[in-house]
Design a protein. Structure first.
Length: 250
């Protein structure tokens, strides 16, 4: 069901309405994975190697809102490095919203990296209010895991040869982090789809035709039976279409 289709005009009252659209389910008893992506109309996930070329102020506004509502931001290390991630910043709006909702001051970043390949000098470690969580596996070099732990990261070994996403979500759940806002990239999204761990997709369609060889938003092994989703809401603003789909489960 489409809750509403309206032009978002930037008025102050829109923030409260958007918060209602993007609210997580109440009283979660397990991790809830919300994936957020932007794509061109012809399916490109990047323009000139970055998603920034697809984004717009309203899309960034929703991205910030989803971070405000999340316990943790989940992202693949490749995307984090390519997009120049830093720790989530505190601002007046975020602080008020998260305090009102009973959340921590800012959400930590949780990085998925099978090789523990986050540099210890990364801004995710040096420019952050809370330590990042590094979700890696036993095959990652011990020296890298130790260097990240020494730099302040919360290093979690989840899996043997690759990151076991079920175990990774269990580790986040054990830390009380159930509202999971995933920001990609395509490989992490694809792996989450393969494991049927995606509860929700927030997809922004940017009014661009990009062509080229950019990848799609999900790149995994593929599933025999595609995961069926249900449209929860649709908004439009500045010729962008912001869609929210939830997983239909038995």
């Amino acid at each position: 069901m489409v809750d509403k289709l309206w032009p978002v005009d930037g008025a102050q009252q829109v923030d409260d309405q958007l918060e209602g659209f993007y609210a997580y389910p109440e009283r979660l008893e397990r991790p809830w994975v919300r994936v957020n992506f932007v794509s061109s109309l012809d399916g490109a996930v990047t323009v000139r190697g970055s998603s920034r070329g697809l984004s717009a102020p309203i899309d960034q506004r929703v991205l910030g809102l989803i971070r405000d509502l999340s316990d943790v931001v989940l992202v693949g290390v490749g995307t984090a490095l390519a997009e120049g991630y830093r720790g989530v910043k505190r601002n007046e709006v975020r602080a008020e919203r998260r305090e009102r909702l009973g959340l921590s001051a800012v959400p930590p970043i949780a990085l998925v990296t099978a090789h523990a390949s986050l540099p210890p000098e990364s801004p995710l470690l040096t420019d952050t209010l809370v330590p990042p969580i590094v979700l890696t596996c036993d095959a990652a070099p011990q020296s890298r895991r130790t260097a990240l732990a020494d730099a302040g990261a919360d290093v979690v070994v989840a899996g043997d040869e690759r990151v076991d996403l079920h175990a990774a979500l269990d580790a986040l759940n054990a830390r009380g982090l159930r509202r999971i806002g995933c920001e990609g990239g395509p490989t992490l999204f694809g792996n989450l789809v393969d494991e049927d761990l995606v509860d929700e997709l927030c997809l922004t369609l940017s009014p661009l035709l990009a062509s080229g060889d950019a990848g799609r938003i999900a790149a995994g092994a593929g599933v025999e039976a595609p995961r069926r989703m249900h449209l929860q809401s649709a908004l439009h603003a500045e010729s962008l279409l912001l869609l929210r789909y939830a997983r239909m489960r038995p």
